[in-house]
Design a protein around this ligand. Sequence first.
Ligand code: PEP
Ligand code: MN
Length: 366
Amino acid sequence: MDSKLDLIPLAQWGLFEYPRPFLVCGPCSAESEEQVMTTARDLRAMGLNVFRAGVWKPRTHPGSFEGAGVPALKWMQRAREAYGLKIATEVAGTKHVEACLEHGVDLVWIGARTTANPFLVQEIAEALRGTDVPVLVKNPVNPDIDLWIGALERLHREGVRKIGVIHRGCSSYEKLRYRNAPQWEIAIELRSRYPQLPFFCDPSHMGGDRSFLSEISQQALDLGLDGLMIESHCNPACALSDAKQQITPAELKDLVESLIVRDQTSDDLDYRRALARLRTRIDVIDESLLFNLGARMRVSREIGKVKKENNISIIQASRWDEVLSQAARTARTYDLPVDFVEKIFTDIHEASVRAQNDILSSDEDY
Ligand code: PEP
Ligand code: MN
């Protein structure tokens, strides 16, 4: 996908009102007409514009509540009429899209499990061809940025121009603090490749617990994201899905009011000068980092030649352990996170091993 992609800016979707963060909130699932109406009314009262609810639910285990289906769309339609809200739901195939179009759904999103399936994304893209319905694409469950971009490309190829993304973290085998690992680096990478792409975060599914909503939402805003999708239910304790991570509309109001919204940019001259000065310093530091990496690599190749001449294997575990623990110690003295430094050194070590391998397998005599 071309980074100069002709997407329609969020401000022209006709869904959100300023100020940031733009919100898409509502229950995980539409469970009953009463639950939808009560939640929608209270959310509207706190100033919400776009109401979400899951109509078809992709559940891990069969037999769990799998959504109320088309009747739920009618409840949402009613909430739309009664409270002047725009309505949003998840689609996972042609039939879902068709039902949404019939019921005047204003925004659809593609769930994390569906983004991971190009067949389904293609089907959805084709079903949306020629319509004006905006689509938010969640990241795939696995941390694969290309799969995410592929989904955006499929929609774009079918003529969809109101496209945005939702970062909701990635699943992992290990049990983490959060339900889904944030892997912000993927969001940051996508954000820098497509700066014009409307960008949301879903702290509800990322955290998996209401106690994490505030910290994740703030992180998302600090990264300059445009909006948040947060699950809110009139009675979270009784929710038929994702009970632990939902909050009441009143709690949502408090949460949103407590967030610090940072400007994405400023025309203030002092700010611009200070930023330009600091960025110049960063550029100089980056240059010296790269200079030193180059120097290190040359020494590493010298070591490779010495090993070759003496018929010594490349990997020497004890030396590597020594390098890594030295790096960790030094990291502490410079107040750097140890895991970050270890990650960098692991990459550097891999590149050195590769370079030495090339030397060992080449026919040249040193
Ligand atoms: C949801 O938003 O209700 C949902 C199922 O989310 P995800 O696709 O991120 O798991
Ligand atoms: Mn949910």
